[in-house]
Design a protein. Structure first.
Length: 116
């Protein structure tokens, strides 16, 4: 998530810069914090029945449709990244910084750090 955020057009970043990436990690909001600001709730997940992860969107969408008894339609992919695997942008220090900063999010969504 952080590599994608780093390269979003709103960040105006075109080239990899470790120092800038570190700054962005330090000031980025967790999903819960972002939703708290948006919704003004203490627990923004209290009314959530189903979570879909963007990296598994097609599969998660199909599962949700099945749960609801709906036909799943194929989801098209737009603007697919051509960057290297996200793990290539991390060293031990950056992994630890993300692990500490987003510990609750990593636990809630079952994220792991994949190395490639």
């Amino acid at each position: 998530r952080m590599v994608s955020y780093y390269f979003t057009p709103t960040q105006s970043v075109r080239e990899w810069d470790r120092k800038e990436f570190r700054k962005i990690i330090s000031k980025a909001l967790s999903v819960a914090d972002y939703l708290r600001l948006d919704r003004g709730e203490d627990d923004p997940f209290s009314n959530v029945d189903h979570i879909m992860r963007f990296e598994n969107l097609a599969e998660d969408f199909s599962a949700l449709c099945a749960t609801m008894g709906l036909w799943a339609v194929p989801l098209p992919q737009y603007n697919r990244s051509t960057r290297e695997h996200y793990s290539k942008y991390y060293d031990d220090e950056l992994r630890e910084l993300v692990r500490k900063r987003f510990a609750s999010e990593i636990e809630r969504f079952g994220y792991t750090f994949d190395r490639q």
